[in-house]
Design a protein around this ligand. Structure first.
Ligand code: 9D3
Length: 243
């Protein structure tokens, strides 16, 4: 799978890309990541890529020419144009379902913004998939792009050690409950003991205990995950209404 990241801060990525799991996936050729500095496509003598908003108001706006031209220059590098993902607070929220959808693509072009946002014509022309990573304010799209890469690459076959260590994840399609408490040695620390059932060797009891713990924890902390609205086919508009 190939990623192209377009940013005004290319220096933010090498540290993240050097982490072991990702570094290994890159060296094994399972994942390819290319970082591009949008400033290269500025026509301004000072490499300026932002400007004041028409109509007035605070902050600056990313100019349309360098952004659109950078995407159009990068797309022909590689054998398919790829799906353009614009990281923006106005996007649809990134969930594991969206991550799975993005992981099915052979190539993603991740476009990171700075300042107050993009000139609307960037969106009109490129018609990107607009994605937000959650309802809090970041300083730009770079950290969000790293989140997308991080979540997506672990679904690329062969990136994780064993094939199904991700089907069991909280929020993935296989299991929508939170994970139960886990323990390892020692059996007792400062009087805090590992639950007896886990030491019992009775695998049926263990499985039932874990299922129960997961359910209770989910009900207490994340009742929203148990809502019917979050079941896998909840956004399938083709189905008949069922109440
Ligand atoms: C004053 C209105 N602000 C919108 C909430 C302006 C604004 C704040 C922060 C515009 C852009 C940004 C920078 N954020 C991102 O580029 C961003 C982001 C985020 O802030 N939160 C969650 N996901 C994302 S993806 C990109």
């Amino acid at each position: 799978m190939r990623f192209d990241i377009l940013t005004l801060f290319p220096g933010m990525f090498p540290g993240y890309l050097g982490q072991s799991l990702l570094d290994k996936a890159l060296r094994r050729g399972l994942v390819e990541i290319h970082i591009h500095d949008i400033r290269r496509w500025s026509k301004d003598k000072h490499w300026k890529v932002d400007d004041r908003p028409f109509g007035g108001g605070p902050g600056m706006v990313m100019r349309v020419e360098p952004v659109v031209e950078s995407v159009e220059a990068v797309q022909p590098q590689g054998d398919r144009p790829g799906r353009v993902v614009l990281l923006t607070p106005q996007g649809r929220r990134l969930t594991q379902r969206v991550v799975e959808e993005l992981a099915a693509e052979p190539r993603l072009i991740l476009l990171c913004g700075r300042y107050e946002g993009f000139d609307q014509r960037v969106i009109d022309i490129l018609q990107p998939d607009e994605v937000s990573i959650g309802d809090y304010v970041l300083n730009g799209g770079e950290v969000a792009a790293m989140v997308v890469v991080d979540a997506v690459i672990r679904l690329v076959p062969g990136v994780l050690g064993h094939d199904d260590s991700n089907v069991d994840d909280s929020f993935s399609t296989g299991n929508r409950l939170l994970e139960c408490a886990q323990y390892t040695r020692p059996r007792e620390f400062r009087g805090w003991r590992v639950p007896e059932v886990l030491l019992s060797g009775n695998h049926g009891d263990i499985a039932r205990w874990r299922q129960q713990q997961s359910y209770e924890k989910t009900k207490q902390r994340r009742a929203d995950l148990l809502d019917e609205s979050d079941r896998p086919d909840a956004d399938d508009t083709s189905r008949k209404d069922e109440t």
